[in-house]
Design a protein around this ligand. Structure first.
Ligand code: HEC
Ligand code: HEC
Ligand code: HEC
Ligand code: HEC
Ligand code: HEC
Length: 325
C-alpha cells in the first residue's frame, strides 16, 4: 500500500526547479539589509508557494493581511485578514516563578495572529477579505480552497489546517513518514501553558531579564565560553544582530522586540524573514525518500524557524539576548 502511494506521488510530482545552492552565514545578513524572503519560504501559501500551497490564489500577503476591511477584533493587527480563535479559548501560561500572572484574557494581538494557523483549529483559508471580487465576511470564513503538498495533487478541501485528520494518512504514525509528525511539530495549539510565556509583561526584575534599553548588538554572548565560541559556526555568537521593523539591525534594543511592552510570538519570530543562517539547525531538514522536490537538503529547505536572530539560536543566543544567564 505504501509503495503504491509512493509511486503515485512520484508520477504526479510537478516539475520544480532546483533551488540555488546556498552557503549562507551570518555575514550574509549585514545591518541594513531587509529581513525578507517570504516568497520563497513556507509562509508563502499561495499557489506559487513551495511547501503547503493553495489553489485559490497566487497572492502571498492575503493569507495574513488585507489593505481594507481588516479584522480588528481583540486588538488584532497589523491589517489582519484572518479569523482567529477567541483569546479566552486559549489556556494561558498562568504564574511564573518571578510572580507574573498571565490570564487567558491577556492573550494579545500578534500571538492571536500567529495562532490563527498554528492553533491547529483555524483553517489556512479562513479569510476576511477574499482576493478580488471574492467578498468580505467580517470575522472571517473558510473559502473552501484546496491545498497541495510539495508533490502530488491538491488534497480535499477538508485538509486545510495543521491538525486535519487527512494529514496523518501521509505524516505521523502509520503514514509515509513515521519520523515527521507535522501535525504536532507545527501545532502550538490552544494550550499555551506548555510554551515559553507569551503575552507576558517584560518586567526587568524577573527571570534575569536585561534592561529594555540594552542595545542587542552589544550583548556579550561569548566571553564566558570556550575560546572557540567566538568563531563557532562562522562567528554567529560573536555577532548579535536581529531583524527588527523589517530590517537587520545592529542598533535595535530589547524594547524593539516587545509589543505593547510584552513578549509575543513576534518577539522571537519574524514571519517574513527566511533566515538561512542557523547553520546548526539546517542539517535537521533532510530529504525524506526523495520527496523534497522544493529543495535539496539543509539550508535550502530550512527557513531557520523564522527566528529574528541572525545565526538563530546557536549557543542559545536567542534566549541569552533577553535573559542574562
Ligand atoms: C503568515 C502570516 C503573514 C504573511 C503571509 C505576511 N505577513 Fe506581514 N505580518 C504578519 C504578522 C504576524 C505581523 C506582525 C509582526 C510583528 O509583530 O512584528 C506582520 C507585520 C507586517 C509589517 C509591519 C512590521 C514589519 O515587519 O515590517 C509589514 C510591513 C508586513 N507585515 C508586510 C507584509 C507583506 C507585504 C506581506 C506579503 C509579501 C506579508 N506581510 C505577509 C504576518 C504575515
Ligand atoms: C496563514 C497561516 C499561517 C500563519 C498566520 C502563520 N503561520 Fe507559521 N506556518 C504556516 C505554514 C503553512 C507553515 C509551514 C509548514 C511547512 O511547510 O513546514 C508554517 C511554518 C512555521 C514555522 C516553521 C518554519 C520552519 O523552518 O520549519 C514557524 C517557526 C512558524 N510558522 C511561526 C509562525 C509565527 C511566529 C507566526 C506569527 C508571527 C506564524 N507562523 C503565522 C502557516 C502560518
Ligand atoms: C498524499 C500525502 C500527503 C498528505 C495527505 C499530506 N501531506 Fe504534507 N507532505 C507530503 C509530501 C510527499 C511532502 C514532502 C516530503 C516532506 O517534506 O516530508 C509533504 C510535506 C509537508 C510539509 C513540509 C515538511 C518539511 O519537513 O519540510 C508540511 C508542513 C506538510 N506536508 C503538512 C501537511 C499538512 C498540514 C497536511 C494536512 C492538511 C498534509 N501535509 C497532508 C504528502 C502529504
Ligand atoms: C522566547 C522566544 C520565542 C517565543 C516567544 C516564541 N517562539 Fe516559537 N520558537 C522559538 C525558538 C528558539 C524555536 C526553535 C526551536 C527548535 O528549533 O528547537 C521556535 C520554534 C517554533 C516553531 C517550530 C516548532 C518546532 O519545534 O519545529 C513554531 C511553529 C513556532 N516556534 C511558533 C511560535 C508561535 C505560534 C509562538 C507564539 C505562541 C511562538 N513560536 C513564540 C522561540 C520562540
Ligand atoms: C524577548 C525576550 C525573551 C526571550 C528572547 C526569551 N525570554 Fe524567556 N522570558 C521572558 C519574559 C518576559 C519572561 C517572564 C518573566 C517573569 O515575568 O517571570 C520569561 C520567562 C522565562 C522562563 C521562566 C518561566 C517561569 O515559569 O518562571 C524561562 C524558563 C524562560 N523564559 C526561558 C527562556 C528560553 C529557554 C528562551 C530561549 C528559547 C527564552 N526564555 C527567550 C523574555 C524572553
Amino acid at each position: 500500500m505504501k509503495r503504491i502511494l509512493f509511486s503515485l506521488l512520484a508520477v504526479s510530482a510537478i516539475a520544480v526547479t532546483a533551488g540555488p545552492s546556498y552557503a549562507v552565514s551570518v555575514n550574509d545578513y549585514p545591518a541594513g539589509q531587509a529581513a525578507s524572503g517570504i516568497a520563497g519560504s513556507r509562509h508563502n501559501m499561495g499557489s506559487l508557494g513551495s511547501v503547503v500551497s493553495a489553489n485559490g490564489t497566487t497572492e502571498i500577503c492575503v493569507f495574513c493581511h488585507t489593505p481594507h476591511h481588516t479584522n480588528t477584533a481583540n486588538g488584532l493587527k497589523p491589517m489582519w485578514n484572518r479569523g482567529t480563535s477567541a483569546p479566552t479559548s486559549f489556556t494561558a501560561y498562568g504564574n511564573t516563578i518571578g510572580g507574573t500572572t498571565i490570564n487567558n484574557t491577556d492573550i494579545g494581538s500578534t500571538t492571536l495572529a500567529c495562532l490563527s494557523c498554528h492553533d491547529g483549529v483555524t483553517t489556512f483559508d479562513n479569510l476576511v477579505n477574499a482576493p478580488g471580487k471574492g467578498g468580505v465576511v467580517s470575522g472571517g470564513s473558510d473559502l473552501g480552497w484546496r491545498f497541495r503538498m510539495p508533490v502530488g495533487s491538491y488534497l480535499t478541501a477538508a485538509a486545510d489546517h495543521f491538525s486535519a485528520s487527512q494529514c496523518t494518512a501521509c505524516h505521523g504514525t502509520g503514514g509515509l513518514y513515521t519520523d515527521n509528525d507535522l501535525t504536532s511539530r507545527l501545532v502550538i495549539g490552544m494550550d499555551l501553558s506548555n510554551d515559553h510565556p507569551v503575552s507576558v509583561a517584560y518586567n526587568t526584575n524577573r527571570a534575569g531579564l536585561r534592561a529594555t534599553n540594552t542595545t542587542i548588538n552589544s550583548i556579550d554572548l561569548t566571553s564566558e565560553m570556550a575560546s572557540s565560541a567566538a568563531t563557532a559556526f562562522t562567528g554567529n555568537l560573536a555577532q548579535n544582530r536581529w531583524a527588527v521593523k523589517g530590517f537587520i539591525s545592529s542598533t535595535a534594543t530589547i524594547s524593539d522586540l516587545l509589543r505593547d511592552g510584552k513578549v509575543e510570538c513576534s518577539s522571537c519570530h519574524d514571519p517574513h524573514f527566511r533566515n538561512l543562517s542557523w547553520d546548526e539547525a539546517e542539517p535537521t531538514w533532510g530529504d525524506e525518500g526523495g520527496f523534497l522536490t522544493y529543495c535539496t537538503a539543509g539550508e535550502g529547505c530550512a527557513d531557520g524557524q523564522f527566528l529574528r536572530r541572525v545565526g538563530g539560536n546557536t549557543g542559545s543566543g536567542v534566549c541569552r539576548t533577553c535573559h542574562e544567564k
